[in-house]
Design a protein around this ligand. Structure first.
Ligand code: ADP
Ligand code: MG
Length: 416
């Protein structure tokens, strides 16, 4: 059997040096600085962000580095170490939504979104990206890219939002707009908040209700795996992950239609009503009975129960009740598999293998339809469990998975 690959984070000094070198090799000049933003792992609370619900991400030590220099004109030029010989170019002047194709839509869209939001001092830029966040694996390489870009532009164009948590919300909004309106990915906000607002040793409990102040939307939660002798194993199944093919948007539309049928702005309103009822299970059954098709019933049941699991996980983990925390991981995955129908065989097999080999709990993380799983295992057992999953994949003829060890790492920052 083949040894499973572990993806190590790039050391910051190395990330800076490599981004600078790629910039210099591409444009023949020096960048104004280097910034970085992390990928993320969502611990629990999946497909809840766009339903105004709760989620619980940590930032990964795996980061995307951007070396950037501002330009006098409105031209954007970007290069990435995934294809270091290819410069993508666009002009912000007259640019329309969906006006850029390919990966460069993500960074170009950030500058475009800032300008659309009225920050017209923002002009073009040259940038070079170096990343160790796996692409398209449900670990949010896209937010690592848009958030690092937003922080760099904030800095070089003197917007002044990057220095505070509250200010970062403006940059997060530009990053979300870029993904939604330029790249065409209907992401809800979890990824960008995680990348911009997490801190070392902590997850954030993110409340996605619209209109909340920055302070009310995020509360840091200690997430110290060492304290409990644990490891958080991430396995990237390498099954193709396609959020742009309409499935994600379809789930989102079903939720919005169900909220309209139930006469509320979003499903969070229902989740709060159910949680406050004397008999929450009966209240949920009553809500579901008001929906006219079986698909909506299952989608709504996932969203309502998943929102509720977030605070139960927070409480269990804070109490050191790892058995309950693990059970909640399992319940989340089963709901995503059976009710939300966003898993694929690779995700289910990886989760089942982790559970059968001593994980306290395991679940898919991210949007689904491919991507990664997380498993809570005893410290020192991550490699062994990852290898068992890789062996099972080999037996089944799946693509070889990759793994990484997740710890709660800091958010986006200027690096040089
Ligand atoms: P995820 O965010 O989970 O990694 P997405 O499908 O949302 O998956 O985003 C992945 C896409 O983001 C890639 O296909 C690519 O277009 C773009 N991307 C992210 N990081 C990079 C990078 N370092 N270089 C080039 N493109 C990137
Ligand atoms: Mg993404």
């Amino acid at each position: 059997m083949t040894a499973v690959e572990f993806i190590e984070p790039i050391a910051p000094a190395d990330g800076v040096a490599r981004a600078k070198a790629l910039f210099a090799a591409t444009y023949g000049t020096e960048p104004h600085g280097v910034w970085a933003a992390p990928g993320r792992v969502n611990l629990i609370g999946e497909h809840t962000d766009y339903n105004a619900g709760l989620c619980l991400p940590i930032a990964l030590p795996h980061r995307t580095y951007i070396a950037l220099a501002p330009r006098e004109d409105t031209t954007v030029r970007v290069v990435s170490d995934i294809a270091p010989d290819r410069i993508a170019q666009a002009d912000l002047d007259g640019l329309q939504a969906r006006g850029v194709d390919g990966w460069s839509a993500y960074p170009t869209g950030v500058a475009w979104a800032l300008r659309e939001a009225g920050y017209d001092t923002v002009k073009g830029f040259d940038a070079a990206f170096v990343s160790c966040v796996p692409l398209g694996s449900g670990l949010s390489s896209s937010a690592a890219m848009t958030c690092s870009t937003a922080l760099a532009l904030d800095d070089v164009y003197g917007l002044g939002y990057g220095a505070t948590d509250a200010g970062r919300v403006t940059l997060i909004n530009a990053a979300i707009t870029s993904e939604n309106d330029m790249a065409g990915a209907s992401t809800g906000g979890l990824d960008q908040n995680a990348s911009m607002r997490c801190s070392a040793g902590h997850a954030i409990r993110l409340d996605c209700r619209p209109g909340l102040s920055a302070v009310d939307s995020v509360s840091p939660q200690e997430f110290d795996l060492d304290k409990y002798g644990l490891e958080l194993l991430v396995v990237d199944t390498q099954a193709p992950h396609q959020l742009n093919d309409g499935q994600y948007a379809k789930r989102r539309a079903t939720c919005e239609a169900a909220a309209a049928t139930l006469g509320v702005d979003n499903l969070r309103v229902i989740a709060d009503q159910v949680a406050a009822a004397d008999d929450p299970a009966a209240a949920l059954a009553d809500v579901l009975a008001r929906l006219d098709d079986e698909t909506s019933v299952r989608r709504v049941r996932h969203v309502i129960t998943e929102i509720e699991r977030v605070d139960r996980f927070v409480a269990a983990f804070a109490d050191g009740d790892i058995a309950t925390a693990g059970d909640l991981f399992n319940a989340s995955h089963d709901s995503l598999r059976d009710d939300y129908e966003v898993t694929v065989p690779e995700l289910d097999v990886a989760v089942d293998t982790a559970r059968a080999n001593g994980a306290y709990g395991a679940r898919m993380t991210g949007g689904g339809f491919g991507g990664s799983i997380i498993a809570l295992v005893d410290k020192g057992r991550g490699r062994e469990v990852a290898q068992l999953i890789a062996d099972e994949f080999e037996r089944r003829g799946f693509h070889a998975p990759r793994a990484l060890a997740a710890v709660a790492a800091p958010s986006a920052s200027r690096e040089a």
